[in-house]
Design a protein. Structure first.
Lengths: 189, 169
């Protein structure tokens, strides 16, 4: 059956809880509810974040393009993350600082609270306040927020290179990165 | 600290990737997190200051919905909490604590946790999502926006860690 499947709102919300359940389960079991492990990559002490993140990206990406090639997933009906160059550079940069300072990101703060960490709850409140500040400042930020739009741009789409070649490069880069991280962690022990 | 009985990051990552793939196939979009915080902030603010909040055009996307709480990402984040809670309980990893870097006072941790959170909340709105909705979901779609965010976040995180060495080490 070609996806994405069209489901009723009730079914959609039920699915959301179920998919979120596995999301949280794998985050916690990967160690991503723990701020020491979450910030480890930035201090070169624990590389669990890039390991979990890039493994997840590779697995999901191969499946995504495989289902599309097999006509089992209609990408025209999938919401693709839009690109806005400068807002996402600035947002990503500020996000990186907040990640190191708080020890969490939004999803992992929820996983942190779910493992009993009350500092994660404080970060969650901060995320709410930060969203509110953005909404209040939005009239001043709107021009920048809407600037440098690139539309629904994907690397294969923009470069014209086959997605399998992009994925092959990504596999090699990630594999090399994982190898170096394992070597580094072994040496540090 | 609790004993370290976590799974291999590659196993957890593969599980997370399959969950994300299932989300693409079943729902037609990726996993998210930060928009649930923005939604709750808009609803909470509306309770306290309804007139002020109604004038915030950015929040109208949530407040103009017929039933704002019936939101996909909000339900997904609820599931995230339950999944992580189950995992923590069954692995004996659940413990009430105020987690912080070695040698950091509780007061400093409180300030770091809330100020870092504020930066994350603001940055997620500016970037149109966070590590879940933009980095993970966009990354897997090979979307330019996802990879721009990933690169900016890691570069800036390394610089921040060099500047704030005492936070976590």
């Amino acid at each position: 059956m070609t996806g994405p499947l069209v489901v009723s709102q009730e079914m959609g919300l039920l699915l959301a809880v179920m998919l979120g359940f596995f999301f949280g389960l794998f985050l916690e079991r990967g160690g991503l509810g723990n701020p020491h492990k979450l910030t480890g990559v930035f201090y070169l002490t624990d590389f669990v974040v890039p390991k979990v993140m890039f493994t997840a990206i590779l697995v999901a990406s191969v499946g995504f393009y495989l289902l599309s090639d097999l006509k089992l997933l209609d990408l025209n009906r999938v919401w693709i993350v839009p690109a806005f160059f400068w807002p996402q550079i600035a947002g990503g940069a500020l996000f990186g600082i907040g990640f190191v300072v708080s020890g969490y990101c939004p999803g992992t703060s929820v996983a942190g609270l779910a493992s009993g960490r009350l500092d994660a709850l404080v970060t969650m409140i901060g995320i709410g306040i930060g969203s509110l500040i953005f909404a209040v400042a939005y009239p001043m930020l709107e021009d920048f927020y809407q600037s440098s739009p690139m539309g629904v741009a994907t690397i294969p789409g923009v470069t014209g290179v086959s997605h399998w070649i992009v994925l092959a490069v990504l596999f090699i880069v990630a594999g090399l990165m994982f190898y170096l991280m394992e070597q580094f962690e072994k040496k540090a022990k | 600290m609790a004993k370290n009985n976590f799974w291999s990051p590659y196993i957890a990552g593969a599980g997370l990737g399959l969950t994300l793939l299932a989300t693409f196939y079943l729902a037609g979009w990726g996993l998210g997190a930060s928009s649930a915080f923005s939604l709750l902030a808009s609803l909470g603010m509306k309770e306290v200051h309804p007139d002020f909040t109604q004038r915030l055009t950015y929040f109208s996307q949530y407040l103009n919905a017929e039933s704002p709480l019936r939101d996909w990402v909000l339900f997904e984040v609820g599931g995230l909490f339950l999944g992580a809670l189950s995992a923590a309980l069954f692995s004996g990893n659940f413990k009430f604590r105020f987690d912080r870097g070695p040698g950091m006072s509780a007061g400093k941790r409180l300030i770091a946790a809330v100020s870092g959170g504020i930066m994350i909340g603001f940055a997620s709105r500016l970037a149109r999502g966070c590590t879940s909705g933009v980095a993970l979901s966009g990354g897997a779609q090979l979307a330019i926006g996802g990879w721009i965010f990933v690169i900016a976040m890691f570069v800036s995180g390394f610089i921040a860690a060099a500047l704030f060495r005492r936070l976590w080490t």
